[in-house]
Design a protein around this ligand. Structure first.
Ligand code: ZN
Length: 225
């Protein structure tokens, strides 16, 4: 029987690839998708399609982070059109305050309730937007904090946070995912899609995605405006 794991599945390129990697490593994933009233709500629909495609159990967890705001993804702030060279320098306005701390905490609760101690998250620090909650130091500290705060610690076990994309470029992630048969047409990366779900091509996330596909020598199958 395959070992169970929880995968944070946003519906984006990175988390979808992470799900495929977890399966390739022999895990039986349980996907958790956060509905945080994000501007790009389409990604939740894409996450549902991916979960269905892989036949994995999915929990859609409502977390109205718009009540907190402070980000272009959850507040009434425009998504910027930055130059590609500027991406990753400084913390951008699309950073959602403490998002990964909150997501990993909820994911660990679901994991603990189901006797699962492996959690997969698709953070990476190359070709990324410079979010502080993607850094290795943060993930390591979170792994320790979640272990100490759950019953696993008392049983001599620990929570393991897997970050298979940590040291990969976007192009490497896309190549790996393609080898594993990931259908990138089911993913959505854009922070500011139109009502038909078509990507803007201008936000940081679109630019990193397009650069990744170009470097991988592959065509991005999603529709752009
Ligand atoms: Zn975009």
């Amino acid at each position: 029987m395959n070992k169970k794991c929880v995968v944070l599945l946003s519906g984006g390129l990175d988390s979808t690839t992470t799900l495929a990697i977890a399966i390739s490593e022999g895990f039986k994933p349980y996907a958790i998708t956060f509905d945080y009233n994000q501007r790009h709500h389409i990604e939740i629909e894409r996450a549902k399609m991916t979960a269905e495609k892989y036949g994995v159990h999915q929990l859609i967890f409502p977390l109205p982070l718009n009540l907190i705001g402070g980000s272009a993804l959850t507040d009434n702030i425009d998504v910027p059109d930055n130059k590609i060279e500027e991406i990753g320098k400084g913390i951008p306005i699309t950073y959602v305050p403490a998002r990964n701390s909150i997501f990993l905490s909820v994911a660990s609760a679901w994991a603990e309730a189901n006797e699962i101690n492996d959690i997969f998250i698709g953070v990476n620090t190359l070709d990324y937007s410079g979010y502080p909650d993607c850094r290795k130091e943060f993930i390591d500290a979170m792994e320790r904090a979640l272990t100490l705060g759950t019953k696993f610690h008392d049983r001599g076990k620990r929570i393991v946070i897997h970050t298979p994309l940590a040291d990969m470029t976007k192009a490497e992630i896309i190549k790996r995912g393609s080898e594993l048969g990931v259908d990138y047409s089911l993913t959505s990366s854009c922070y500011n899609p139109d009502e038909k779900g078509r990507a803007c091509g201008k936000c940081d996330s679109c630019k990193l995605r397009l650069k990744g596909f170009a470097e991988a020598g592959l065509k991005d199958p999603v529709e752009y405006q």
